[in-house]
Design a protein around this ligand. Structure first.
Ligand code: GDD
Length: 420
């Protein structure tokens, strides 16, 4: 992949946010990068072998809830072969068992593509017990199950990525109609990690366009309705500390994004759709130098955030205006209640929410649920309880044609089928 080097970067304490970088060439060939000197080139070539190396160390988590199976199948086909696929489903189990259909789709895909995968249902009592026993009962609701929500699904995926021993974790929504876009996102994740100088890094995708049909024609929209608001307010927060206006954040809501596990396990995540904007906020809270950081090593090495603008259009299921409104409100709720939100920023949030008619005069936005960092989890306990109690956890082995070579993603943990 040939990718622009970031022209501008901004600092927030120990956090470096790089400006949006464009993809120039999807596949820039196999020549070693040493032929170019990133010091004077403005475009960087990431050789195919380097990208493959990161893919082998990466798990891709797909949160899914009731999406069309054909679309899911397309998403699976776009994930580079060497990444481990982790499907976390919150789809209905009855009267139609959609989870079972997703399992069949994944199993068939893996058999034909000769690859391995992990699969689990979010409302499986076994995964809830694993979190409770391993030190993270906050994820559970009053029924004693992991709460509903995209953020919660992502956390289960993160836990499985950690158990599998992968070093990077990326997220891809299951409702993406363009398998080529999925493929490009993962290549961009790999390229970002390759450019990172710190072990604590995050790569977020900014799409060049999000096509819509308007008046019978295709219109290539630049920004989603929710992103415009989220980005504006995150930039306002940065400006409040730097004293300079900025537009550096372009990916506040990015559903497609990836982390080094070294960073992801130290962050707090928010519930539901507050999850993506809160990733930015929590990085600023922990490593922005405004309040005391719990992690000296991260403060020393710094956090790097890359924002990569991909070439493929982002074509996904349209879930309607209410859904968009809900997402942007959740972003503003977490910002308002952040310990680093300045009085001016809070005031602007209130003004916006007032204008939107969401809260009345003198009211405050609601608090979103925030979870502790996953570093609190005792991984031995988590794996043991998951293996013992889960009803839906499934490890799909990679089987080579001769059927002699089999590889289970997490060798020491039994799944629901191997238990009999
Ligand atoms: N496991 C799980 N659990 N998955 C879920 C849940 C849940 O409770 N809720 C939604 N999902 C899955 C969906 O099936 C889809 O694959 C993905 O999470 C995103 O959910 P959507 O409901 O399709 O969100 P969206 O497409 O409107 O918004 C996406 O893009 C935004 C940026 O524009 C999401 O990724 C947002 O988080 C993101 O901010």
């Amino acid at each position: 992949m040939r990718i622009e080097l970031p022209h501008r970067s901004e600092r927030f304490g120990a956090v470096r946010i790089h400006g949006v970088q464009e993809v120039w060439e999807l596949d820039s060939g196999g020549e070693p990068a040493a032929l170019e000197d990133p010091g004077w080139q403005s475009i960087h070539h990431v050789p195919t072998a380097t990208i493959n190396d990161y893919e082998r160390r990466m798990a891709i988590v797909i949160p899914v809830m009731g999406e069309r199976l054909k679309v899911l199948d397309g998403v699976l086909s776009g994930i580079p072969h060497d990444c481990l696929i982790i499907l976390v489903s919150n789809s209905e189990r009855g009267p139609v068992d959609r989870y079972r259909m997703e399992k069949e789709t994944l199993r068939r895909f893996c058999r034909l593509a000769q690859r391995s995968a992990l699969l689990i249902h979010q409302r499986d009592p076994g995964v809830a017990a694993a979190f409770a026993d391993a030190g993270m009962p906050e994820l559970l609701d009053e029924e004693g199950l992991v709460r509903n929500g995209k953020g919660e699904g992502m956390l289960i995926g993160l836990a499985l990525a950690q158990l599998s021993g992968r070093e990077f974790v990326g997220f891809i929504d299951a409702d993406n109609y363009v398998p080529g876009a999925v493929y490009e996102y993962v290549q961009a994740y790999a390229s970002g990690f390759h450019l990172a100088e710190s072990p604590f890094s995050m790569v977020r995708i900014s799409w060049r366009s999000k096509p819509k049909i308007q008046a019978g024609r295709l219109f290539f929209n630049r920004w989603g309705r929710s992103s415009q608001v989220t980005n504006r307010f995150l930039n306002l927060l940065i400006s409040a500390y730097s004293g300079f206006g900025t537009e550096i954040v372009a990916t506040g809501n990015a559903g497609e994004h990836a982390f080094s596990l070294d960073l992801a396990l130290r962050l707090q995540f928010a519930a539901g759709f507050a999850v993506e904007p809160y990733e930015y906020l929590n990085v600023f809270e922990r490593y922005g130098g405004v309040i005391t950081s719990p992690d000296d090593d991260v403060m020393r090495d710094g956090v790097e955030i890359f924002q990569i603008e991909t070439r493929n259009p982002h074509f996904h299921e349209n879930k309607g205006a209410d859904h968009v409104q809900e997402m942007r409100l959740q972003a503003l709720n977490v910002l308002y209640h952040s310990p680093i939100a300045t009085p001016d920023v809070r005031e602007e949030v209130l003004e916006f929410l007032n204008q939107e008619g969401v809260i009345g005069e003198g009211e405050e936005p609601p608090q979103e649920l925030l979870y502790p960092p996953m570093s609190v989890v005792d991984w031995d306990t988590f794996g043991r309880v998951l293996g013992d109690k889960s009803e839906s956890f499934r490890q799909i082995e990679q089987v080579r044609p001769s059927a002699v070579e089999r590889q289970t993603p997490i060798p020491d943990i039994p799944d629901s089928e191997s238990k009999g």
